[in-house]
Design a protein around this ligand. Structure first.
Ligand SMILES: *Cc1c(COP(=O)(O)O)cnc(C)c1O
Length: 855
C-alpha cells in the first residue's frame, strides 16, 4: 500500500533567475562573487529515510516533471540518480574549492579511455545511502535493484586499460589525493556485441539516448582547439625569432564533469570528459556565405571528433580521426589546467610544482609537443626553459609488449594535422639524438633505433619514443612487464636513463569489485574482521586462519553458491542461457585477442568432447563443468572474430549432445562489460589467465578473480607471477613455458605442425574441427583458424597445449576435494589484498609523482 504523498513539499522561496544572458567567456577569472554563505553552497539533506523520500519525490516532480504514479522506471532511475547526486554535491563543491585554494601538487590522469561501469551503485556506496535508498524506495513501492538495472553503463573504454583508469580515479578520490581525470566523452562507447548465427555483430552503443544524469556540461568553459594550416616565422617586439601556428580550422571542446566520490571520506574528485562541437565563428562565416548545407557539414565534421570510441584493443589503427581525438582532449586538458586551476598570474616556470600529467599509454603523448608549443609560442619561453619545465611534467605508463601495439603516426599525417607540433617533435629529436651520440659515439645503428622518427616502412613518429624522451619516469604495469620493458622493448632508453624506469603493479578497486560486486562475501568479511578491509585491503590477511575453519569454509561455500544462483538468474533473463546446478564454473572473460589464447581454452573443451564421443573416456570421468566465455573482438580483427564463431558453434554442439550427460557445458553471454563482470567474477570457481608468457603486460581480471575467491589456472605472465608468489604454488595452477623458454623456442624455430603430428590428443581436437562437426558438415568454415594454428601459431597455443591439459587434470583432482578447494580459494582472497588499486596509487605517489594526500 502506498501512503506516500504524490508531491514533495517544495521550498516556499521562489528563485528568480537573475542571471542576464551573457557570454561567459568574456568574464575574466577576477569576476567571482563571494558571500560567506557560499562556503556551504548546498546543505546536505538529512540522512534519514523520510528526508530521502522527500528529496526523491521532489526530483521526480521538478526534474522529471511527473508524479510518482505517472512515472516510468526511467523517470524513477533518473530521479534517484539526481537525489544521490545532491547528497554528494556539497562535498564536490568543497573538494573543488579546496583544491584550487590549497595550491598543492595534483595529478592529471590523461587517458583516452575510462571504462567506468554503472555509476548509481558506486555513488550510493560512497554516500552511504544504499540502505536508506532501498528503504525509502520500498515505501514508494519501488525496488532499488530494478532502478539500478535501468542504468546503461558508460563504456568509454575497450578493456583493461580503460578499466584501470576508472579504478585509479576511484582510489585517488578515496585516498584524498588532489587529482583530476581527463578524457573524451564519446557519444558512442564500445560497441554492443550481439551474435547472429554464432558470429559477432556490432551494434552502436547508444548510452546517451535516454540522457545521463551523472554528467554536468559546462559549455561556458569551452576551449577552442586548432587543427591544420601552416606555421610562420616572425620577429617579435624584442627582436626575437619566433614561430606561430596559423591553423586552418578549429573545434570547441566542451567539458562534461563527472563526480568521482571517495569511499565514505567526504571527498568528491572530478572526471572531466571533453565533447567536440563546431565553433560558432566557423559556422557563422559559412552560414553568412549562404551555404547552409556546407555549414551543417562543418558541424558534423567537428562533432565527429568525439563521436565514437575506436574499438581496437592492443592494435591501434593509424586513423586520422584518432589523432584528432588524441590532440583534442589533451590540448583541452592542458589548457584547462593552466587557465582554470592555476589562474592568470601563475608563473609557468613552476608548473611541475603543481602538476604531473600521467600518460595512460601513448594515446595522450601529443601533449608533450603541445605543452612545448604553449610555453614557447604563447608564453615566450626559450627552448631550454620550456624543455626544463616540460620534461618534469609528464610521466609515461607503457601498457604493452606487443610491437604492433606501439603507436606510430606517419609524419605526413601528423604534419598535415598539427604542423607546429611536428616541427617541435623534430627539434626534440635533434637534441635527443645529439645526447645519444655524445653518450655512444659512433653507434649510428643505436641512433637509428632510438630516433623518435622511424624511416621505414614510412616516415613516422614513434610515440613511445617521444614519451620515453620526455617523461620523468617510465613505468610498466607488473614486475615482469617492467623488467621486459627495460630488457627488450625500451632497452636502449634504459641503457641511457636507467633511473627513469620503475614498476607499478596494477590493481583494482576493492569498492567496485569486492564490496559492491560481492556483497555477500563482503558481509562475511566484515562480520569476521571488521569493515577496514574496504580501504585497507591487505587486512584480508587476517582471514588466513579462517581457511582452516570448517565453519568459515561452509559459509564461504554458501556465498559462492549464492553468487552462482544470482548469475544463473541473470543469464537466464539476459541471454536465455541455462547454467546447470552443481558445476564447476570455469571462466575466461577478457578482450578477444590471439595472445590471450581463448583458442587454447576452446581446444581444451573440444578435446574433452572428442574423448567422450570417440569412447576414449566415459562421460562420468568428466568433472561437471561449465565453461563461460565473455569477449568482444575488434570489428576488423578476422581471427578474433573467427574464434568467437568457433566458440559459439562448439557451444551449440556440445551443449546439445546427450553423450556428455550434461557434464560439460559452454556458455558465451554476449556483450561482456563491467556490469556483467560484476556478476560473473564473484560466481567463478576457476579463473583462466592463459596468455603466452611475455605477452600480457599485467592483466587485472586475474586480480578481480583471486580477490573473489577463484583459483587461477595461468601462465607465468604479467601479474600472474605476483599472484602466484603471494598465494603460493599449492593454490595456483601454473602451466606453460616461461618467457625465456618462449624466446628460446622462437630462436630455435617453432614448428606448430610438429606438435600437431606428435600429440594425438591435440591432433584429434583439431581434426574434429576440420571434420565439419561444428559447422553443419562444412569442413572449410574454420580453415583460417586451423591453418593459422598449424602454420604460424604466433602465440604458441600448440606448444603449451599438453602442459595446459595436465594442469586442468590437477584442477579436477583438487575440485574433487571441496574442502581443499575452498581452503585454497579462501587463501587466494586473503593473500591478494596487495592488488588493491589503492596500493598502486601509493606506489605512483612515492615512485613517480612525489605527491602526498590532502587531509
Ligand atoms: C577487468 C576488465 C578487463 C580486463 O581484463 P583482463 O583479463 O585483465 O584482460 C576487461 N574488461 C572488463 C569489462 C573488465 O572489467
Amino acid at each position: 500500500m502506498n501512503t506516500m504523498p504524490e508531491f514533495a513539499h517544495t521550498n516556499g522561496a521562489m528563485h528568480a533567475d537573475e542571471s542576464p544572458q551573457t557570454d561567459h567567456r568574456v568574464l575574466g577569472p577576477a569576476n567571482k562573487p563571494t558571500h560567506p554563505m557560499a562556503l556551504a553552497p548546498v546543505a546536505t539533506p538529512r540522512h534519514s529515510v523520510d528526508g530521502f523520500v522527500q528529496e526523491f519525490l521532489h526530483e521526480l516532480n521538478t526534474t522529471q516533471g511527473v508524479t510518482l504514479s505517472a512515472s516510468t522506471i526511467n523517470d524513477q532511475y533518473k530521479a534517484l540518480a539526481l537525489t544521490v547526486r545532491n547528497y554528494l554535491m556539497a562535498r564536490w563543491l568543497e573538494t573543488t574549492r579546496n583544491s584550487i585554494k590549497s595550491k598543492s601538487k595534483a595529478v592529471a590522469y590523461l587517458s583516452a579511455e575510462y571504462l567506468l561501469g554503472r555509476q548509481l551503485g558506486n555513488a550510493l556506496l560512497a554516500a552511504d545511502l544504499a540502505d536508506i535508498a532501498q528503504e525509502g524506495l520500498k515505501q514508494c513501492g519501488i525496488e532499488l535493484w530494478q532502478l539500478r538495472a535501468q542504468e546503461v553503463e558508460p563504456g568509454l573504454g575497450n578493456g583493461g586499460l580503460g578499466r584501470l583508469a576508472a579504478c585509479f580515479i576511484d582510489s585517488l578520490a578515496t585516498m584524498n589525493v588532489p587529482s583530476v581525470g581527463y578524457g573524451i566523452r564519446y557519444e558512442y562507447g564500445i560497441f554492443r556485441q550481439t551474435f547472429v548465427d554464432g558470429r559477432q555483430v556490432e551494434q552502436p552503443d547508444t548510452w546517451l539516448s535516454l540522457g545521463s544524469p551523472w554528467e554536468f556540461p559546462h559549455p561556458e568553459a569551452a576551449v577552442t582547439i586548432n587543427f591544420g594550416g601552416t606555421t610562420e616565422k616572425y620577429t617579435d617586439e624584442d627582436g626575437r625569432e619566433r614561430t606561430r601556428w596559423l591553423p586552418e580550422w578549429d573545434v570547441q571542446a566542451i567539458p562534461y564533469n563527472y563526480m568521482v566520490p571517495g569511499y565514505l571520506n567526504g571527498r568528491v574528485n572530478t572526471l572531466r570528459l571533453w565533447s567536440a562541437e563546431a565553433t560558432r565563428a566557423f559556422d557563422l562565416q559559412i552560414f553568412n556565405s549562404g551555404d547552409y548545407a556546407r555549414a551543417v557539414r562543418a558541424q558534423t565534421f567537428a562533432e565527429n571528433i568525439s563521436k565514437v570510441l575506436y574499438p581496437e584493443d592492443s592494435t591501434p589503427q593509424g586513423k586520422e580521426l584518432r589523432l584528432q581525438q588524441q590532440y583534442f582532449f589533451v590540448a583541452a586538458s592542458i589548457r584547462d589546467f593552466i587557465n582554470q586551476v592555476l589562474g592568470e598570474d601563475f608563473d609557468l616556470h613552476n608548473l611541475s610544482d603543481r602538476i604531473i600529467f600521467q600518460l595512460n599509454d601513448t594515446h595522450p603523448v601529443i601533449g608533450v609537443p603541445e605543452l612545448m608549443r604553449v610555453l614557447i609560442d604563447e608564453e615566450g619561453f626559450g627552448w631550454d626553459e620550456a624543455w626544463e619545465v616540460t620534461s618534469k611534467c609528464f610521466a609515461y605508463t607503457c601498457h604493452t609488449l606487443l610491437p604492433e601495439a606501439l603507436e606510430v603516426w606517419p609524419t605526413e599525417l601528423l604534419g598535415r594535422l598539427l604542423p607546429r607540433h611536428l616541427e617541435i617533435i623534430y627539434a626534440i629529436n635533434d637534441r635527443f639524438l645529439e645526447q645519444v651520440r655524445d653518450r655512444f659515439p659512433g653507434d649510428e645503428v643505436r641512433v637509428g633505433r632510438m630516433s623518435i622518427i622511424a624511416e621505414y616502412p614510412e616516415r613516422a613518429v614513434r610515440m613511445a619514443h617521444l614519451a620515453s624522451v620526455a617523461a620523468t619516469k617510465i613505468n610498466g604495469v607488473a614486475e615482469l612487464h617492467s623488467q621486459l620493458l627495460r630488457d627488450k622493448v625500451l632497452k636502449d632508453f634504459a641503457d641511457l636513463w636507467p633511473e627513469k624506469f620503475t614498476n607499478v603493479t596494477n590493481g583494482v578497486t576493492p569498492r567496485r569489485f569486492l564490496r559492491m560486486a560481492n556483497y555477500k562475501l563482503s558481509g562475511l568479511l566484515t562480520e569476521t574482521i571488521g569493515s577496514g578491509w574496504v580501504t585497507d585491503l591487505e587486512r584480508l590477511r587476517e582471514l588466513e586462519p579462517c581457511a582452516d575453519d570448517p565453519e568459515f569454509r561452509e559459509k564461504f561455500r554458501e556465498v559462492k553458491a549464492f553468487n552462482k544462483r544470482r548469475l544463473t538468474n541473470l543469464l537466464r533473463a539476459r541471454d536465455g542461457i541455462d547454467l546447470p546446478e552443481g558445476h564447476m564454473l570455469d571462466v575466461m572473460v577478457k578482450r578477444l585477442h590471439e595472445y590471450k589464447r581463448q583458442s587454447l581454452k576452446i581446444l581444451h573443451v573440444i578435446s574433452l568432447y572428442e574423448q567422450v564421443i570417440s569412447g576414449k573416456i566415459s562421460a562420468d570421468e568428466i568433472t561437471p563443468r561449465t565453461v563461460v566465455f565473455g569477449a568482444k573482438a575488434a570489428p576488423g580483427y578476422r581471427l578474433a572474430k573467427d574464434t568467437i564463431h568457433l566458440i559459439n558453434k562448439v557451444a551449440s554442439v556440445v551443449n546439445e549432445d546427450k553423450r556428455l550427460d550434461g557434464r560439460l557445458k559452454v556458455a558465451f553471454p554476449a556483450n561482456y562489460n563491467v556490469t556483467l563482470a560484476e556478476k560473473l567474477i564473484p560466481a567463478a570457481d576457476l579463473s583462466e589467465q592463459i596468455s603466452l608468457a611475455g605477452k600480457e603486460a599485467s592483466g587485472t581480471g586475474n586480480m578481480k578473480f583471486a580477490l573473489n575467491g577463484a583459483l587461477t589456472i595461468g601462465t607465468d605472465d604479467g601479474a600472474n607471477v605476483e599472484i602466484r608468489e603471494l598465494v603460493g604454488d599449492d593454490h595456483f595452477f601454473l602451466f606453460g613455458m616461461t618467457e625465456p623458454e618462449v624466446e628460446a623456442l622462437q630462436a630455435k624455430g617453432y614448428h606448430p605442425g610438429e606438435y600437431y603430428q606428435n600429440n594425438p590428443q591435440l591432433k584429434a581436437a583439431v581434426d574434429l574441427i576440420q571434420s565439419g562437426i561444428f559447422s553443419g558438415g562444412d569442413r572449410g568454415t574454420f580453415d583460417s583458424l586451423t591453418s593459422s594454428w598449424l602454420y604460424h601459431d604466433r602465440f604458441m597455443v600448440f606448444a603449451d597445449f599438453d602442459s595446459y591439459i595436465a594442469a586442468q587434470k590437477k584442477v579436477e583432482e583438487k575440485y574433487a576435494d571441496q574442502d581443499a578447494w575452498t581452503r585454497s580459494a579462501i587463501l587466494n582472497m586473503a593473500r591478494t589484498g596487495y592488488f588493491s588499486s589503492d596500493r598502486s596509487m601509493r606506489d605512483y605517489m612515492t615512485r613517480i609523482w612525489n605527491i602526498t594526500p590532502d587531509f
